[in-house]
Design a binder for this molecule. Sequence first.
Ligand SMILES: [Zn+2]
Ligand SMILES: [Zn+2]
Length: 164
Amino acid sequence: MAYEIYKNIVSKEAYFKSWDQSKLDTLNADIEDAVYHRYTVKAKVMQRAGFRCQNTECTTPKASLTWHHIKFQKNEGRDSERNTVILCKTCHDKYHQAKLTVKYPKKGVPSHVAGHSFRLEAPDKVNAKILRKKMRAFRRSIRGTYNLEVTDEEFMWLFRYLFS
Ligand SMILES: [Zn+2]
Ligand SMILES: [Zn+2]
């Protein structure tokens, strides 16, 4: 089943077994910790959602499930249980395109959004300037804090994984 890995939180070792080992060799322990932490939070949010889209007016319950940040990541929204919910891909895409109102249930979502409806006024465009700034900072932190050299390709892969 597609969401098996989120049903029971597995150990760090077990989690990384499913990763491409050649890419994994380029990650050091700190980055591994960050990636693993992100997985455990997402798993808890998936469980809290009961593995269903949390838009109560969802008309495509069979679409694949995605992780939505209430306060967007580009606005420093965190990967926390309080800041994230589960939306199916259809609701999620339409929400970001400002084409859909998302109405959250009373339970199973962070209390500050429970029972509330949300709709964007304009499509959510990724701000290229902010993104580039974030990528530069991330790259510096990999080189500096982690003292790690990664190729451009590995960097893009890691960046997409951590910030998508
Ligand atoms: Zn949905
Ligand atoms: Zn989202």
